[in-house]
Write a protein that binds this ligand. Structure first.
Ligand SMILES: [Zn+2]
Length: 440
């Protein structure tokens, strides 16, 4: 018998690749942080001597969820400014609070809070865009969570950097340091077309080509943003990005609520990805991403929570449900954004957007063991005719019982083993009072 680290025996396994469907009678063998094999339970028992065996008889085992767009430190601003449009929300509440308190302490405590919430809800990887991405990375590494750190860039001074040169220099230093971090990678994160100049975007494109990293950017979040760009430059922002050579397989365009048919074709032909953040878009009344049309054209669409200040939860189950429901509404088609598609958006599509599809997003031999168990024994899941339907239309993050990242069992029967939750909650409480004081 071959000694291995762990064997998980659930009721169902959803591998996601090559197909999104639920299979019974299978076990997942983990060794050295990686998926060794998905195989029949009886065969696993014959062949393997696991150091730990985890029986989860009422559960689905599936890939960990990938949150493809987040501003983790902003979790401290949850509830700071509700029920106002994006422009007013940013100018009157978020930017004043940030400019007063921005620094590594806010970023560290905010990211700890975000990581605690995301891991408990089955998110094993997040792609972040915020200041002090080095600190975001330190906190993710300390928690054992996978992250794609945004090398943020703006043509505006902040506490993190004075100008584009300094943003890019600090981003590249971070990129170089990550070579020794197994769970962390980097992506360029120019904030948005309206905050980053052509010269900076040109440099980012050249560097992204050279380093082979994605470019993670808010694009066409609101109709006002597009109208303003047209008034100023005569062009829609996506056309400007295309002219700059930024619309490529490396582009991760976030939101994309305003797309003309020709722009959908442009994204499809380029092989670019879109990150759909439906709850943030709904809350800020920004508009809605035409997911079904993008999928029909062949665009890779992933899911993101955006920051907790505009959501107000870092909950990919809520995003999956909303994406499926609103996707049908937007397309006037009940067959649009089916459960299988929503599940792929939250897993493998996120991995593809982040250039991590060889590593995560599906239960395939050799990939990292980033996996979760979801308990479907509750009355709200009965009579349990179709586990995939339960996962997308009825499940919540509270159904997640176990989370592994790179084979490490980080959430065990709903207990977070590496996080100091009382300390995280206390720090969040102190920051909440300070941030509220700034905006009143
Ligand atoms: Zn965002």
């Amino acid at each position: 018998m071959q000694p291995i680290d762990a064997l998980i025996c659930p009721r169902w396994i959803v591998r996601v690749e090559p197909k999104v469907h639920a299979e019974e009678g299978l076990a997942l063998a983990i060794n050295g942080g990686r998926i060794l094999e998905v195989l029949p339970v009886a065969e696993a028992e014959r062949r393997f001597a696991p150091a730990a065996r985890h029986d989860r008889p009422n559960h689905v085992l599936m890939p960990g969820l990938v949150n493809a767009h987040c501003h983790a430190p902003m979790t401290l601003m949850r509830g700071l400014a509700d029920d106002m449009p994006l422009e007013q929300w940013l100018r009157e509440r978020i930017w004043p609070a940030e400019s007063r308190w921005m620094g590594p302490e806010l970023v560290a405590d905010g990211t700890r809070l975000a990581v605690a919430e995301m891991l408990a809800g089955g998110i094993t990887c997040f792609s972040d865009m915020y200041f002090y991405p080095d600190v975001v990375g330190e906190v993710a590494a300390e928690a054992g969570m996978r992250a794609v750190l945004g090398m943020i860039a703006l043509d505006l001074p902040t506490a993190w950097a004075a100008d584009a040169d300094e943003y890019l220099r600090k981003g590249l230093e971070l990129h170089d340091r990550l070579r020794s971090e197994p769970l962390l990678t980097a992506a360029f994160a120019p904030h948005a077309p309206y905050t980053v100049k052509d010269a900076t975007l040109n440099r980012i494109r050249l560097l992204a080509d050279e380093l082979e990293v994605p470019i993670h950017m808010h694009v066409h979040e609101t109709a006002a943003e597009v109208a303003e760009a047209v008034a100023l430059t005569g062009r829609r922002p996506l056309r400007r990005l295309e002219a700059l050579g930024l619309v490529t397989p490396a582009l991760i365009g976030v939101h994309a609520t305003q797309l003309e048919p020709a722009e959908i074709d442009m994204l499809a032909n380029a092989g670019a990805s879109v990150v759909h953040c439906p709850r943030s878009n709904l809350k800020l009344a920004s508009g809605m991403c035409p997911v079904a049309a993008l999928q029909k054209a062949g665009v890779n669409v992933a899911l993101g929570t955006d920051g907790a200040a505009s959501n107000n939860r870092l909950d990919l189950w809520a995003e999956m449900q909303t994406a499926a429901l609103v996707g049908k509404f937007v397309a006037s088609d009940a067959t649009a954004v089916a459960a299988t598609e929503a599940l792929a958006m939250a897993t493998i599509n996120g991995a593809r957007a982040l250039n991590l599809a060889d590593e995560i997003g599906s239960l395939v031999r050799g990939k990292a063991a980033d996996v979760i168990c979801v308990d479907l024994s509750g009355v709200e899941h009965q009579p349990l005719l179709d586990p995939l339907s339960e996962l997308v239309y009825a499940a919540s993050r509270h159904d997640v019982t176990d989370v592994w990242v790179a084979g490490e069992h980080l959430i065990t029967r709903r207990e977070a083993v590496r996080l100091d939750l009382p300390a995280i909650t206390a720090a969040a409480g102190r920051w909440g009072q300070r941030l509220r004081g700034t905006t009143e």
